[in-house]
Design a protein around this ligand. Structure first.
Ligand code: T4K
Length: 410
């Protein structure tokens, strides 16, 4: 890892990259391998690999207890968990969601021929703007799905009030929010249901996985049947269903990860504080802050670039990072409304989404988690400082640097 103190040291201008190996956003956290291998041996010995095995049952109990929710039903991934929750809750017609989210939120609806209606975000919290939601309600609207973006809770009270007033279902895509709280209560307890993702890239993972949390017994009953083809006995099917089951090996990974959860959060917190400290005096660069009075998993390091001040755009900075083997991501650019099929269905959706359009151009996500340490963060922030300090010169020289570099370094 070389030191970067002058523009000639930047890889985009021909120097060696800051890191020999690519530094990814979303490098999985791995718990205690011995414990994991013990569990894998055990499930192999027992020859019970899936279909509500004992590890899945134990995992289900552990996560429900941790969240303090009546039901937290493990699934094969977050997207299928969303699809099942949407179906079980009886959503049809149109459902209001933010466009500023991962595409799975929209696809989980459209996959079932429910129209996602894109609502703008609040410019301060970046979560769905409740004051804009009401304007999007039509006679076809059956629900609202808020997204606790990057672990930042939505304005749950306002959304609950709107849902109650208009007799709509309220759900939350809580893919980023496992282990987070809102007003002291764990995420997983709000709305009709909340959906977690335990994908490899999340701070807590089960390789692939997800869960639906709900305090509604009837809804939980439906979800349990639907994730297992609708079977309510060996030869009795009660509903249309699918295969949303979590496997034993995924639950083994989950149980092992839970034993290291505090450590994962502590590392994320430490990284977050270091990033916060290092970028605090860089003009035009703002780090997304988490409310430290709440529980948080600190899993996303989100930088907002104000180009008016930095004179360097978010995209130029990302280009510079990639040349250094720092694979910063532009989550969630360009917004679901600018991706297919929604772009074709609603070509003018952006007109109603000014904050979404604007935020999508300003933010980038940086590496954190147990794969990143003090030295790496130091180096990343040194590069930001160097680039912002010499932004005008960087900009001029960038004109000559090719897009090709990003593509080939991936
Ligand atoms: N709702 C929201 C709001 C979500 O953010 C997500 C998923 C969902 C719903 C759906 O949940 P799941 O069905 O996925 O459980 C990644 C994840 O695949 C996705 O789970 C996540 N959100 C999204 C924000 O990020 P991509 O397409 O950006 O992934 P990819 O393959 O580019 O990986 C990201 C980085 O992680 C790469 O730089 C490489 C690194 N990586 C990845 C994997 C899989 C590793 O180092 N090791 C690995 O094993 O979507």
């Amino acid at each position: 890892m070389s030191n970067k103190t002058r523009l000639e040291h930047l890889a985009i201008f021909g120097a060696a990259p800051a890191f020999n190996e690519k530094l990814h956003v979303g490098r999985p956290n791995i718990g205690n391998r011995d414990r994991l291998f013990q569990r894998i041996n055990d499930l192999l010995d027992r020859r019970w690999l899936t279909n509500n095995g004992s590890y899945v049952q134990e995992f289900e109990q552990r996560i429900a207890d941790m969240i303090g929710v009546k039901h937290c039903i493990p699934m094969c991934n977050g997207t299928v968990a969303l699809e099942i929750a949407i179906r079980a809750a009886g959503l049809t017609g149109e459902v209001i969601i933010p466009s500023f989210t991962f595409i799975a939120t929209a696809h989980a609806l459209q996959w079932q021929e429910i129209t996602p209606v894109f609502c703008d975000i609040d410019p301060h919290t970046y979560t769905i703007n409740p004051w804009r939601v009401e304007a999007m309600i039509t006679p076809r609207t059956t629900g609202i799905i808020g997204v606790h973006l990057w672990g930042q809770p939505c304005n749950v009270e306002a959304l609950t009030e709107i849902a109650r007033k208009h007799n709509l279902k309220l759900m939350f895509d809580a893919a980023h929010s496992f282990g987070c709280s809102y007003n002291g209560q764990m995420i997983g307890n709000f709305g009709d249901a909340e959906v977690f993702s335990f994908h490899a890239t999340k701070f807590f993972n089960t390789f692939e996985g997800g869960a639906v949390a709900t305090n509604n017994d009837e809804l939980a009953g439906k979800i349990r049947l639907m994730k297992n083809f609708g079977f309510s006995g060996f030869e009795n099917v009660s509903y249309i269903g699918t295969n949303g089951k979590m496997s034993e090996i995924c639950a083994a990974m989950g149980l092992t990860g839970l034993e290291s959860l505090d450590e994962f959060v502590a590392v994320n917190y430490q990284n977050y504080k270091q990033y916060q400290h290092e970028v605090r005096n860089i003009p035009g660069v703002k780090l997304l802050t988490y409310d430290e009075a709440e529980k948080s998993n600190y899993q996303y390091i989100v930088l907002e670039i104000d180009q008016e001040i930095t004179h360097i755009s978010r995209d130029e900075l990302v280009k510079i990072f990639w040349a250094e083997n720092i694979l910063a991501r532009r989550y969630f650019y360009p917004g679901c409304h600018r991706m297919e099929p929604y772009r074709s269905y609603f070509p003018h959706a952006g007109l109603l989404l000014p904050e979404t359009e604007s935020l999508g151009k300003r933010v980038l996500v940086l590496p954190t988690g147990t794969a990143v340490g003090t030295e790496e963060i130091n180096k990343i922030c040194q590069i930001i400082r160097l680039v912002v300090q010499h932004s005008r010169e960087v900009k001029e020289r960038l004109v000559d640097a090719s897009e090709e570099l990003i593509r080939t370094r991936r």
